[in-house]
Design a protein around this ligand. Sequence first.
Ligand code: COA
Ligand code: AMP
Length: 633
Amino acid sequence: MSGTGGAVSAYPAEYARWRAAPEDFWRQAAGALQWSRRPGVVCDRTREPFIRWFPDGELNACHNAVDRHVEAGRGEQLALLHVSAMTGAEQRFTFAQLRAEVARLAGALRELGVERGDRVVIYMPMVPEAVFAMLACARLGAVHSVVFGGFAARELAVRIDDAQPKVVLSASCGLEPNRVIDYKDLLDRALQLSQHAPRACVILQRPQLTAPLQTGRDLDWRACLAATQHDADCVPVNATDPLYILYTSGTTGKPKGVVRDTGGYCVALAYSMSAVYGARAGEVFWAASDIGWVVGHSYIVYGPLLHGCATLMFEGKPVGTPDAGTYWRIVERYRVATLFTAPTAIRAIKREDPEGLLMRASDTSSLRALFLAGERADPDTVNWAGAQLGKPVIDHWWQTETGWPVVANCLGLGLLPTRVGSPTKPVPGFEVCVLDDRGVELPRGTQGALALRLPLAPGSLPTLWNNDAGFLQSYLERWPGYYATGDGGYIDADGYVYVLGRTDDVINVAGHRLSTGELEQALSGHAEVAECAVIGVSDALKGTVPVGLVVRKAGAATPPTELQAQLVRRVRDEVGPVAAFQRCYIVARLPKTRSGKILRGTMRRIADGVPYETPATIEDPLVLDEIARALRP
Ligand code: COA
Ligand code: AMP
């Protein structure tokens, strides 16, 4: 046992309270929101395994995140702080100013024909307008789908075709340390690839790059706002109406459209802000992530604002913009109380500033805790950050699908003692189980698949967009009564959960979730590739990086080094730079079982340099030697 916390934690009692009467628990939590119709029913299980939370409730997420605070007399309080390390600019918006921006943009969208239930794709860099865009959709009851900027045009096209947006909101460019990203060009190329054509694209022109606008389709963001006749009020929607779709990588090449309902999500986020994060209204909450990920949706936009915090939105990197002291200077300048980032970011900072000199050059005393999620938090990183900051470093485990933390050391309930390598215990609302292949619950201490007992907590996905069958197939059918998380792990004798990593083809690259299937699809599209495999290999900075192994078609003429370069470029063009795909090897054969299954796990162990056993079912054991020579020359 190590770390902070212990004696006075209210966690055991709170978890027991939820277990004893979950509906009472969530009814009470729902009281944190303003409803235009209070829900009578808490959890509708009549169509199990499809669950509906607060089915007869009616509310508006934007009202709860913004207008409610203005109406309560907190209009002058800070709501959104935008800090750009790329331009040096800083912008501040009070709740009243945020309401004005959002109401105007919602009015513009309505005048473009966007109504409740319509989809709007948002493909934007980390600028305040992206937050206005999300909230403006919520205001109208429209469903936003934010696409991360680091994805390539083809990925954007797939999402546009699936979500069928009436309008796309985008910007002329994003700013990365080494280059200006032409978002508009990526959007134009995506729209050439997609079957679906939106009615309009509204483009925010940034000073770093002016995008050409296509007559009849593209509109200038500012001109559009200036021409708007009426601001829009909040449209009450059913608690079960979708608030957004967020695409995430699954085991296949096709991303899954995770649907988020409105009521359950807002209730869960509001609860998490106090119970998990221990945040207080009026404080500055900083999730150093991107609005394209679930962390951005839940803890840059909705969570902090619902709770009445000021949310800090940061355009930049933890290192190199300009140095590894950036985060700490921001903490000092804006008196940040909660910082949430991915372990990769801390590893990057630690690498540049191992002694913590840049950290100590700033006053970080405002910080209550540092939260880490998105990938495994290695003990070295956690210990280093804890020792340097002198504050609790809290690892917590969750996924795009769950929408909010599943396992955490709940700061707001009083910390439990920490255990190295464990994100601690299930958050009230979730019951974590470890199952064997047949779905039998395993005893404490035994490793297996991490699953959640149904029903999932409010805020978790009710289904996949237009794909109930896919939802059942991906998550619920394997083990009836449970949701399959895709992660493996175990629970120790005292109930601490340990997450050991994905058991499927999902990999986490610098906290970004990718599917190896998606990368393989890009590789196998090359005319000279006969077959290929992509594996996630350990990396000191990014946690995992993808590595490709490719078998050429007979008669392929391109020299191997040229082919490798073409394949690296191809993944960058088709999936996006965020895949960080740089290593690709040409091999004569791939190791397979006699039934033809590629032995990815064994290759991963070879690449990581850890001991491996030659599987009994292998077709030809000699292939492993060839792979080892390629991966570890
Ligand atoms: N738009 C366009 N391109 C983007 C992008 C965006 N929004 N975000 C990243 N990219 C590009 C980068 O420019 C980079 O391209 P390059 O190959 O030309 O250099 C590539 O995608 C990989 O980016 P990134 O993952 O940011 O790696 P990096 O090497 O630039 O920086 C870290 C390394 C560790 C500093 C960075 O990964 C990081 O900050 N990680 C934290 C991630 C995080 O917060 N995840 C959210 C989960 S909580
Ligand atoms: P995403 O949907 O992008 O949030 O990625 C979710 C996946 O990231 C999980 O299924 C885990 O594999 C991994 N992950 C997230 N948080 C943690 C954590 N704290 N520890 C270990 N793995 C994590």
